[in-house]
Design a protein around this ligand. Structure first.
Ligand code: ZN
Length: 299
């Protein structure tokens, strides 16, 4: 079933779990996320960065949307780090049910202005919107960007930003970075900043750059009140580690001979993340609550 982010995360918030958002840039990774979700009866978010959409091409989403719609578990197809109204509209045309507009590098007032513009357009057709305040760091190993130093979200700005933009979910910067951390860097999340934000706002909160943080830190953040955790590097790394191993020890050339084991290796990482987020088995809650499939024309 395809639903939007608001439908997805309100249930997560009420039931105290988080949903993993996994970046997808080809049919192998789409299979990893959808099949892992089905095998674990867990909700999942298919996240697509503008550079990933450039690579897959728009027609890929006729397959992705129909695969998600026909599944027994709930999915959101979400644009990750949309950078302009144009990239947001492209995602909407591809059938995405949710978008993120990332104005976090802009001055506060300009971030409010572009985010509100996207909300005004998207809410007319039931597409949910994620905004970002503060900036996620970048380890230098990810295409998603970020800054070399994390600028923490100011809790006092969060409520004002939500009120002035009308966003459905907010990505907060509490110390994570995109990519896999270099060996000499230890990521550390500021739980006090998260608790402060939580005390001031009511909408679901999002954690970007969730790869390679210590499991107990992510679990703690979910407990305090994170409802969506973005994962990209960790599961892609597992896929290609297996792929390198197969290619360096065999002469195989057929995708259907090489990829099944790579898909399984990536699925194992997705399952482990779902355990951490407490989302395994939670697809049943959406069925129990009788959540209805999302349609683009719905308000
Ligand atoms: Zn991100």
């Amino acid at each position: 079933m395809l639903i939007n982010m608001k439908q997805m995360l309100e249930i997560a918030k009420e039931n105290k779990f988080a949903v993993g958002a996994f970046n997808v840039a080809d049919s192998n990774f789409l299979r990893v996320v959808i099949e892992a979700a089905e095998e674990n009866d867990a909700p999942a978010i298919i996240a697509v960065h503008p550079t990933e959409l450039d690579f897959t091409k728009d027609e890929f989403f006729q397959y992705a949307v129909s695969r998600a719609k026909n599944s027994s578990v709930p999915f959101v197809i979400h644009m990750d780090h949309g950078d302009s109204l144009a990239s947001i509209m492209r995602a909407v045309h591809c059938g995405f049910s949710s978008v993120m507009i990332d104005g976090s590098l802009l001055p506060f007032e300009e971030n409010i202005a572009i985010t509100k513009e996207v909300v005004d357009v998207c809410h007319k057709i039931g597409v949910s919107v994620e905004g970002e305040l503060g900036t996620i760091g970048n380890t230098g190993t990810s295409v998603e960007g970020g800054v070399s130093e994390v600028i923490y979200t100011k809790p006092e700005d969060a409520a004002e930003f939500i009120e002035k933009t009308g966003i459905d979910t907010l990505a907060v910067a509490i110390g994570t970075a995109h990519g896999i951390y270099p060996k000499d860097i230890k990521p550390e999340l500021k739980m006090d900043v998260l608790e402060d934000i939580k005390g001031r706002v009511d909408i679901p909160l999002v954690l970007h750059g969730g790869s390679a943080n210590p499991d107990e830190e992510i679990a703690k953040a979910v407990q305090i009140g994170i409802q969506k955790v973005n994962i990209s590097s960790d599961y892609k790394y597992a896929f290609y580690k297996k792929c390198r191993e197969i290619l360096s020890t065999t002469e195989l050339w057929d995708p259907n001979a090489i990829y099944p084991e790579c898909i399984d290796a990536a699925k194992a990482v997705v399952k482990q993340k779902m355990e951490l987020f407490n989302s395994i088995g939670q697809a049943a809650v959406y069925r129990k609550e009788n959540v209805q499939p999302w349609r683009q024309e719905q308000n």
